[in-house]
Design a protein around this ligand. Structure first.
Ligand SMILES: [Zn+2]
Length: 473
């Protein structure tokens, strides 16, 4: 049966059978994610996070040399790149040598998909996956069967830093497609009993469905919550508006897949009564960055080399995240441009880990409004700080002089809120940009369920120009 006919059949099943189907899928998922490789990696990562900086570097350079040699010997694209530049694998001995190689763009991965795969890699070890890019286009990749257990081990190290133990019941707010879009009524969750997971579909988190969701969560008392920050923020604002609580708060809330903004973090903490631990985990298996107990973002150096490269014409501390992954020999990505940005920070973290830290993850390169006077605005917290009655807002910049602001108002939104919001918006964007405000019941998500706060065509075009001018940085 083809995948699309499976989905059609699944959508027609009663909820109880959909839960059973999710549980059956969970048996396979558990085997491929949480196997012996995962357990060994967890043990290793528990220890390696406390290594000295020198030992971390040695390990990283060792893994890098192994990855480079493997790519040179078995991946046609990399053999070609090395030959064109007159390089041999021995020319890349440490992370400092990486700039000898070009940046790998997403488009090149698409164009040279076959040539980027390791020749002769056993078919039985290959896993095909499609990542949902925030640009709305999807990227196909091949992974080795051990890549996912490694990814999950790094993610679980992050979770365990905050006292949550593996295997405890949890809820994830994401876009898994397990709640069919053909029925928008509750229940908007499905269960995978073997992995103790409850999925809540972000596509179904409408105002009408929120009371049923809250009632369900109050009853279930799940140990931790995970998912897109925009979805957890929606839940938080609903609870705050209704002056309601979850009863027994979860131990921890984990966010990822989208940029966590300061106002989202504080609303989630306040409404759900739990600390928030954020992590950056692009699906291309090349660069992971996870928060520690002190809320510093540490690079997960065992997973790959993360380069933070200056953005031409951008603020000095704002950098492009470029990753070289160690955990996917089936299709190694070397100096892959994730298309995301981070703000660098100086200094060490008081937690005692010696791995590099960044101040924060800034999200997509097109997540900035460009003003005619040359500013780049990416932090929306100033707009929301004084108006919590805004449930959601999205800024769409189509030209340098024009921004459309899409707003979802909560039930408590007043004229006074509106005046204040418009005043803050004007102060934030300046007088030279024309602002249109649209009120909506819901702001549509990307196909992959993610929410983008800023969509700027202008920033994307400028960034592309700068990228072309200064390629191979
Ligand atoms: Zn730390």
């Amino acid at each position: 049966m083809s995948e699309s006919s499976w989905i059609r059949h699944y959508a027609k099943l009663p909820v109880v059978l959909q839960n059973l189907a999710c549980t059956l899928a969970g048996i396979k998922m558990r085997r491929t994610r949480h196997n012996r490789v995962f357990r060994d990696a967890m043990r290793f990562l528990d220890e390696s996070q406390w290594w000295t900086a020198e030992r971390q570097r040695e390990y990283q350079d060792d893994q890098l040399r192994r990855t480079i040699r493997h790519a040179y010997e078995t991946v046609p694209y990399y053999r070609e790149v090395f030959e064109q530049r007159g390089l041999r694998p021995d020319d890349i001995r440490t992370a400092d040598d990486l700039p000898k190689l070009p940046i790998l763009e997403k488009q090149t991965v698409r164009d040279r998909f076959d040539d980027l795969q390791s020749r002769g890699w056993p078919t039985r070890r290959q896993v095909h996956l499609a990542t949902g890019g925030t640009t709305g286009t999807c990227l196909h990749l091949i992974e080795d069967m051990d890549t996912a257990p490694w990814r999950w081990a790094v993610q679980w190290r992050h979770r365990r830093r905050f006292g949550v133990e593996f295997g405890r019941p949890f809820v994830v707010f994401a876009s898994k497609g397990v709640v069919p879009l053909s029925n928008m009524n509750p229940p908007i969750w499905r269960r995978n009993l073997v992995m103790h997971q409850t999925y809540v579909s972000v596509h179904h988190m409408t105002k009408q469905n929120m009371p049923a969701l809250v009632e369900y969560l109050q009853k279930r008392r799940l140990e931790y919550y995970a998912g897109f920050p925009s979805a957890l923020y929606l839940l938080a604002t609903h609870l705050l508006d209704d002056r309601a609580s979850l009863g027994q708060p979860p131990k921890m809330v984990y966010t990822g897949s989208e940029t966590l903004l300061p106002h989202q973090r504080s609303a989630i903490q306040q409404a759900l009564g739990a600390d928030v631990g954020d992590h950056y985990t692009p699906s291309e298996a090349c660069a992971f960055i996870s928060e520690c107990e002190q809320h510093s973002y540490h690079v997960d150096t065992e997973y790959g080399v993360v380069e933070l490269l200056p953005l031409d014409g951008g603020p000095v501390d704002l950098r492009r995240i470029v990753g070289t992954g160690f955990c996917n020999p089936a299709m190694p990505l070397i100096r892959y441009n994730t298309g995301d940005l981070a703000t660098v920070s100086g200094g060490d973290c008081s937690c005692g880990r010696a791995t590099p830290i960044v101040e924060k993850i800034d999200g997509r390169t097109d997540s900035y409004i460009v003003t005619p006077d040359g500013r780049q605005l990416g932090r929306l917290s100033t707009i929301f700080k004084r108006t919590p009655a805004i449930a959601e807002a999205q800024l769409v910049q189509d030209t340098l002089e024009h921004v459309t602001v899409k707003v979802v108002r909560s039930d408590t939104y007043t004229q006074e809120d509106d005046d204040r919001f418009r005043e803050d918006l004007r102060r934030y964007l300046g007088d030279v940009i024309l602002i249109d405000v649209e009120y909506l019941d819901q702001i549509p998500r990307e196909d992959n369920g993610k929410f983008r706060q800023i969509v700027s065509k202008v920033f994307r075009d400028r960034y592309k120009e700068a990228e072309n001018a200064g390629s191979n940085t």
